[in-house]
Design a protein around this ligand. Structure first.
Ligand code: MEV
Length: 440
């Protein structure tokens, strides 16, 4: 077993690699070869990446694909998607192309409010705390003037600070529940800085508040942090067309297709086991664009799944209806995104991806990403209710299997040709490849 190591972060990159391969890798030389083969040959670029995090020793590549033909509010976009799952970009492209001829996607931002909280313990009279809060509210705002100045110039800032009594949930627990507008920034640093200032003002003002008893003056700040639950930072994307135009399948009629889509969404609304997978498919599209545009996909995931449970039961993020022979399919979800700050201006590829999307504002990016989620869900559910997903999925996976088996380019061509008319399974691909190798 390797020994614990002190001062690891101080080692050079080479020393770190030596330590990794000698302690954990069975064939150290091969390990080093793999690690260094992922280094960027442009040393400046590699250095930039090295400095994004601590203890960087190499890079892990994720393919960056592009899904063209997205008509969004009458503008045509090609959407960059960073994802390793083989069928996702193909599915998005297919859905984009389908809706291109049917009016495209319509989107709307329903809200842009961000949230942060100061969590604190107050042992005393709630009425007195309320009076104290009303008295110090202007000071809470004033004390953040230097922090909010540049955000205010961009039209953002602190919208509201509320005192919330949470003592029914936890003894003596209160919070400052604060809302913010952060314009094109995701706003995490801005919000957290404001919250820490609120906490400090709250604490110091309490110490001097004459109506408090000695015990009441001792407010205990537990923590100050933004919330990734942003139910009022909401975006909607929608597609619709006459039912008769839903001619996706040769096996079922457009009417049957519409009915099955609606039924599939109803199931995802009432059955959490299905809803989780249904929403996972949506996140295939969302995360891929979030990642490609340098945004924080963990924050998005956390917020979206909490939103999916907002009515007390985990449910579908998409909705479907047929009314007056018109099929409608839409999504509503919270997306707190930034197109300035963070990696967005630092990472050359992220910058290029944003340029590819016409340098969107945060609100515009919310709409593009909601569309990517809706398109993904439309593609997945329409396959599920018709052919099943394995056909398309295995077609995309075929190349992975061939690469795993070390197939040559000419073997790949022959095997791909064979499976144009045959069912792909892992076994059948290996059998065909083995047969081919025996022949030659
Ligand atoms: C696979 O990554 C995503 C799907 O399972 C989504 C769904 O079932 O709706 C195909």
């Amino acid at each position: 077993m390797p020994k614990p190591i002190a001062g690891f972060s101080k080692l050079s990159k080479q020393e770190k690699i030596d330590w990794i391969v000698s302690n954990y890798i069975q064939h150290p030389d091969r390990g080093k070869e793999i690690i260094t083969s992922y280094w960027n040959t442009d040393e400046k670029l590699q250095h930039l990446h090295d400095e994004f995090i601590e203890n960087t020793f190499t890079n892990l590549y994720i393919p960056l694909g592009i899904a063209p033909n997205f008509l969004i509010n009458d503008k045509l976009l090609a959407i960059p998607m960073a994802i390793e799952e083989s069928s996702v970009v193909a599915a998005a492209s297919k859905a984009a192309k389908f809706w291109l001829g049917r009016g495209g996607f319509k989107t709307k931002v329903l809200g842009t409010e961000k949230v942060g909280q100061v969590h604190f313990i107050f042992k005393g009279d709630t009425d007195k705390l309320n009076t104290f809060f009303t008295a110090i509210s202007p000071k809470l705002f004033k004390a953040t003037d230097s922090l909010t100045e540049s955000m205010a110039k961009r039209g953002g800032g602190i919208s509201k600070i509320e005192l919330r009594d949470k003592t029914e949930d936890l003894a003596n627990y209160y919070q400052l529940h604060c809302t913010f507008e952060t314009k094109d920034a995701m706003g995490a640093n801005f919000i957290n800085s404001c919250l820490e200032q609120f906490a400090s003002t709250l604490k110091s003002e309490a110490l001097n508040y004459s109506l408090f008893s000695e015990a009441e003056r001792q407010i205990e700040i537990v923590m100050s942090i933004l919330s990734n639950y942003v139910p009022n930072c909401l975006v909607k994307a929608e597609v619709s067309c006459p039912v008769s135009e839903l001619n996706l399948s040769t096996e079922i009629t457009p009417e049957e297709f519409a009915q099955k889509m609606v039924r599939a969404v109803q199931i995802a609304k009432v059955e959490p086991y299905r809803a989780v997978t249904h929403n996972k498919g949506i996140m295939n599209g969302i995360d891929a664009v979030v990642l490609a545009t340098g945004n924080d996909f963990r924050a998005i995931e956390a917020g979206v799944h909490a939103f999916a449970s907002k009515d007390g039961k985990y449910s579908s993020l998409t909705h479907a209806s047929v009314e007056n022979d018109v099929f409608k399919f839409w999504i509503e979800l919270p997306l707190a995104l930034g197109t300035v700050g963070g990696l967005t201006k630092l990472h050359p590829m992220v910058k290029l991806n944003l340029e590819l999307l016409n340098n969107p504002s945060a609100e515009e990016l919310m709409q593009v990403i909601a569309v990517a989620g809706l398109a993904q869900n439309f593609a997945a559910v329409s396959s599920l209710v018709t052919t099943g997903i394995q056909k398309g999925h295995m077609k995309m996976h075929l190349m992975n299997i061939l690469n795993q088996q070390g197939a040559t380019e000419s073997e790949k061509i022959t095997v791909v040709e064979h499976f144009k008319t045959n069912t792909i399974t892992h076994r059948s691909v290996i059998d065909v490849l083995t047969g081919l190798r025996k022949q030659s």
